[in-house]
Design a protein around this ligand. Structure first.
Ligand code: SF4
Length: 335
């Protein structure tokens, strides 16, 4: 995840919730189903902005939200890309395993060019998925939790992995890299409070994970609903309502059924419905808010967690790069 500061509900439902589930998932024998690593992709920020003045503050803010949401640094090392130099090293090698034509065909990139009206882009931006491949394969990730828009990038990672393994068989290991599979979150996208397709800080339509119940209720008052439900008793269409989409995520099955029936019949007004929705969201976020306050009061602890995660990541990254060099005959070859 790029360090863009405090996280919002969209980050939670689109990524974080799924990460934590994977982190804590156990197999029938009680052992962990996955070993998880969580990367703060600070180099990736450079592809769209050279303004790095707040990057450290944003990193700490984001990490605090991760910890508050349940990322457990004992189980999952958390680390910055910029502090593990092997990311850049592996990126350099991978950059030679893919053509610019292939990267230009990347549909996510094409979308960005269209949406942002970009006339040209930096070399680094074009190579964004190659750095992402290095991020994943440095830790030999075989499962990558992603949103749908990132699927083409995982495909590029798979291609690079195959190409490396085919060109550079390791004398002892055979293949150095796995071919990672994407794991899409069940509820990957949350619409913004204004009804726009995506919750996004730049659109100002978010609920932050650090918002208090009052702040959530205040924001919810302005949320877009079914525009045809003008008066309280008008029947509504939950399927077109932003607030209902939040109920689907955060309310219990019983509450959801009663909201749906009440909305359709006109028995439920939007004001009350929004109050119920804010309460459900606040309830979900309450433990996070408490944990956030705990970490906010202990900034040294957060910094320490980051440094320890980076030390652990470096050990894995160095080992992978040793194998990469061995496979490429760039260093000593282990017999
Ligand atoms: Fe949306 Fe609830 Fe109003 Fe129906 S009653 S339109 S679900 S806010």
């Amino acid at each position: 995840m790029r360090p863009t500061g405090q996280l919002h509900l969209g980050h939670y439902t689109g990524a974080l919730e799924n990460w934590i589930e994977q982190q804590n998932l156990l197999q029938p024998d009680g052992t962990r189903a996955y070993e998880t690593c969580f990367l703060i992709a600070d180099y990736h920020n450079l592809t769209t902005s050279l303004d790095t003045g707040s990057i450290y503050a944003h990193t700490i803010d984001m990490l605090t939200d991760w910890l508050a949401a349940g990322v457990d640094p004992e189980k999952s090392p958390v680390f910055r890309q910029s502090q593990v130099k092997e990311h850049a090293e592996l990126f350099l090698i991978f950059a030679n395993l893919i053509t610019t034509a292939r990267l230009e065909r990347n549909p996510t990139l094409k979308e960005q060019v269209r949406d942002l009206n970009m006339e040209s882009m930096s070399y680094g931006h074009l190579g964004y998925p190659v750095l992402q491949a290095a991020d994943i394969l440095l830790y030999k990730g075989n499962v990558v939790p992603v949103g749908e828009d990132q699927l083409p990038h995982v495909e590029i990672t798979r291609e690079i992995s195959r190409k490396f393994n085919a060109h550079f068989p390791h004398p002892a290991l055979g293949e150095v890299f796995p071919e990672p599979a994407p794991k899409i979150t069940k509820f990957s996208r949350l619409v913004g409070l204004d009804g726009k397709a995506k919750m996004s800080k730049s659109l100002g339509n978010t609920i932050l994970l650090s918002d208090t119940p009052d702040e959530i209720a205040g924001k919810m008052r302005n949320a877009v609903t079914d525009t045809q439900k003008v008066r309280r008793n008008d029947p509504g269409r939950p399927e077109v309502c932003t607030v209902f989409s939040y109920h689907q995520k955060f309310s219990s099955a019983d509450a959801l059924a009663s909201v749906e029936a009440g909305c359709r019949s006109g028995a439920l007004g939007c004001v009350d419905c929004k109050k119920m929705c804010s309460a459900a969201i606040s309830e979900e976020l309450a433990p996070m808010l408490d944990k956030r306050r705990h970490y906010e009061a202990r900034p040294e602890m957060v910094r320490q967690i980051l440094h320890e995660g980076e030390a652990r990541a470096r050990v894995i990254a160095r080992q992978t790069m040793t194998e990469v060099r061995e496979a490429m005959h760039l260093g000593e070859v282990r017999e």
